[in-house]
Design a binder for this molecule. Structure first.
Ligand code: GLN
Length: 446
């Protein structure tokens, strides 16, 4: 009730929720109370949570912030949502996001932009901007997010919270509406690494219903928070701290790294020679996969259907034209073009080869260091409207996050000292399935 009251009081200005399920939340909270009284409370009994509106929730509208799915009510819940609910968590509602998770500012949402709680004229980041803003504003203690190219880490950084994108395959993708299937990964956004550890431990683990879900056993992330980190080698990619980074942001990050050094870590300069190619590689691969994933929205089975179609072709064309916003249409066009007969070798194959080089750089770096650290975003939260008309500038926002998705690695963003009243995020990148060490290092700092 406290969360619902706070949402009622401040979310009119913030717009972090697309759907609030007051009735369902109170019923689930009462059920958690009853479980507690009966001595069978789950580990998250009564914990209020919000889910990014890309996670299917049985019986509760799931729009993906698109007109296309404005009235879509899923018949089942995503595995991650289901696991959290089984542990006793209470779903308060569904959070705002960029349409189909395409964007870095939450401005492509069909339901209007979400605002940054630190400064209402600025963006919360994206695509999981609603989850980040809701947690930062204290509307819920934690929320789920998804990260295809930075969408958990960048909004966490811009809103001053902790967000973790696990290793690809760590959290089931079943029921997470697909954007780019080889990159999509669900994770957690919360106030601390400790809270992230608690929730990730519940969400993670093999799901036989997702063929890309990993069989790797899930360690106890909470007890791992106190693991010994003395002598931990933290790699700093040289080019990440050069002129492309806001210099005041760089100073904040170096100060935070200095504190980690004072607590026993060793800082080592490293190179990721192909990382500057991650924007072109990602913005080819992600749209290519999106163009095939979004082919299912044809006005027949799912989502928006245009009025009075003249024939089948007209039904497809107009339903998609009306249902998808400009950024989603741009991605579909780029992806369809790149996958056209005759262009495969020139674009998609090249991008996949580049992806392999980017991944290999990380694997090579990890032979000498345990963790890699750098910026999460090139600057602090930018103003609403500042980048939305210039997609190429918007895509630059992802220059430090995309390589991680292309390589399938786990990474988190944690808040360091703010700058001019705006949060700054430090990104920590780990080896495959080494989330525990990232959480422990962030916990040590916090
Ligand atoms: N900004 C990136 C994009 O627009 C990241 C999206 C994401 O991680 N979902 O594709």
């Amino acid at each position: 009730r406290d969360c619902l009251d706070r949402i009622g009081a401040v979310d009119g200005a913030l717009n972090s929720f697309i759907t609030v399920d007051a009735e369902g939340a109170l019923a689930a909270a009462r059920a958690a109370d009853a479980d507690r009284a009966a001595g069978r409370a789950g580990p998250l009994a009564g914990l209020p949570l919000a889910h990014k509106d890309i996670f299917c929730t049985e019986g509760l509208r799931t729009s993906c912030a698109s007109r296309m799915l404005d009235t879509f009510v899923p018949p089942y819940s995503a595995t991650a949502v289901q696991r959290l609910a089984t542990a006793g968590a209470v779903t308060v509602g569904k959070t705002n996001m960029d349409e189909f998770a395409m964007g870095s500012s939450n401005e492509t949402s069909y339901y209007g932009p979400c605002r940054n709680p630190w400064d209402g004229d600025r963006v919360p980041g994206g695509s999981s901007g609603g989850s980040a803003a809701a947690v930062a504003a204290g509307l819920v203690p934690a929320a789920t997010g998804t990260d295809t190219g930075g969408s958990i880490r960048q909004p966490a950084a811009l809103c001053g919270i902790t967000g973790i994108k696990p290793t690809y395959g760590r959290v089931s993708r079943l029921g997470m509406i697909a954007f780019a299937s080889s990159l999509d990964q669900g994770g957690v956004m919360a106030r601390s690494a400790e809270d992230c550890a608690l929730l990730l431990g519940t969400m993670a683990g093999h799901d036989p219903a997702d063929s890309t879900s990993a069989r790797e056993p899930v360690p106890d992330y909470r007890s791992g928070l106190t693991m010994a980190l003395d002598g931990l080698r933290i790699g700093l990619p040289r080019r990440w701290f050069d002129a492309s980074l806001d210099s005041a942001v760089g100073d904040r990050l170096r100060a935070a790294l200095g504190e980690l050094e004072a607590r026993g870590a060793r800082l080592v300069d490293i190179d990721l020679p192909h990382n500057h190619l991650s924007i072109p590689a990602y913005y080819l691969i992600a749209p290519a996969e999106a163009s095939t994933n979004l082919a299912r929205y044809d006005g027949v089975r799912y989502g928006h259907r245009c009025k009075a179609p003249l024939d089948l072709e007209d039904l497809y064309t107009r339903s998609r034209e009306e249902g998808f916003g400009a950024e989603v249409q741009r991605r579909i066009l780029i992806g369809t073009y790149a996958l056209s007969a005759g262009y495969y070798d020139a674009y998609y194959k090249k991008a996949q080869q580049t992806r392999r080089l980017i991944r290999q750089d990380y694997l090579d770096a990890f032979t000498g260091v345990d963790v890699i650290a750098g910026p999460t975003a090139p600057g602090t939260a930018f103003r609403l409207g500042e980048k939305i008309d210039d997609p190429v500038t918007m895509y630059q926002e992802d220059s430090y996050t995309l390589g991680v998705n292309l390589a399938g690695l786990p990474a988190l963003s944690l808040p360091v000292e703010p700058l001019g009243g705006l949060p700054v995020g430090l990104q920590l990148i780990g080896q495959h399935f080494d989330e525990a060490r990232l959480l422990a290092l962030a916990h040590r700092y916090q």
